[in-house]
Design a protein around this ligand. Sequence first.
Ligand SMILES: [Zn+2]
Length: 489
Amino acid sequence: MLLCVARGAATQAPAPGGAIALLSSDGRRSLPTTMIGDQEFAGLDDLAAAFHLAVQEESGAITVAYKGRIVILTPDQALASVAGRLVSLPAGPVRSGRRWLVPLEFVSRALAPIYDVRLDLRKPARLLIVGDLRVPRLTARYESVGGAGRLTIDAAPRTPSAVVQEAGRLTIRFDADAIDAPDPLLAPQPPASLVRSARAAGPVTVVVELGSQVEGVRSSAEQTDAATRLTIDLVAGAAPAESGATAPAAPAGLPPALAPVRPALRTIAIDAGHGGDDDGVIGPGGSREKDVTLAIAERLKTSIESRLGIRVLLTRDADRLMALDERTALANNNKADLFISLHANGALRADASGATIYSASFARDAEEEARASAAPERLPALGGGLRDIELVKWDLAQSRHAGESAAFARLLEEALSARVPMAAPAVEQAPLRVLQSANMPAVLVEMGFLTNPAQEQALGSTEFQSALVQGIYDSLVRFRDRLAAGGTP
Ligand SMILES: [Zn+2]
């Protein structure tokens, strides 16, 4: 029996194989492989180099040692001794010129048990993962109903992602070391589909090509026990050039997220200013703005989620550097209904004090440009369900919410002034970049002056932080109630 197997393998010349990506914390490199029959082999010398193995050949056996632990292979035998235990392989080692080739499964079945970090061979994905890297498996499906469609991408285990829309395509970037995705990620779609294709386009990136008829895109993410589900809803514009063409009516069975919705306060993005290399203002006592903003953001999240049942999305939950655009992209992609950026002020005058609330201001022509380029209400049947039609330039997105932002700023001023010292004036407008790309009402709060020794102490204290949190909380309750009453805030 063994002889037959051996002869079968030997008579088939090694065919040029492919390669498998070896991922470790040091990066990604390629491990060449060779097909022999229907088995895929790797060079034992390549594995020895990659995994620091000592390989010796003597008296008809191949000994592979790693830190005193031993695997013994016998040429052409599909059984290996792994630290004294017998383990089966799909094929035995095969000589190729001066090298020994072993089936790829050698890694998972023989090497992994004696190795001291995790080895995860994912053959279908062409990945060999060394150590505890974040490599989510992605699966996708697409459903369409009438003029609308929904693309769902599950990432397991849970993995955050950011969606960026550019002309005709969406780029989804996963916060991971690599992604494990079939190619293509989405089965081929019919020509008229709103989604043309979805495939991995980089180590952590998926590109979704959209049909030219797509006019509205909205994405949201939700956590399940084992995965993060990214839902991307798409809507087509009016059918082109058919006689009597009208905007598509909302078909029966439309995905619920596309059904008309009333404005409400379901998700709030809280942005802790600065982070990582960017300390922000540093107080005379050494307090750093980035720490103060994060501490208060975390308190706010706990307070709002537990007491109001409103989901709070923190743009950062650690001491991490984050670009301004990433902060708003996260809020936009998660369709937050309100964006609050937290900061602490600094001034040359040590006695400057009090909180200031900013909303974005725009040059007049910018506001007009935004209005002109904003998608008109072409889809009356879908009503407010698509308030995020993303045809307006990102950096002008906020101009459509300027009124609501200013209204919320006033509510916030009323609520805060009952609890913490305010600067004069306490509400201002400024062309702040972090606000301009927010596609929802947005304000920036300078909570106090970190350069003022008394305020520095206050900003770090539980008492002051609780007062701030309660003030913001009060303003949210009023904002929510006004939205629910159907009025603009
Ligand atoms: Zn700041």
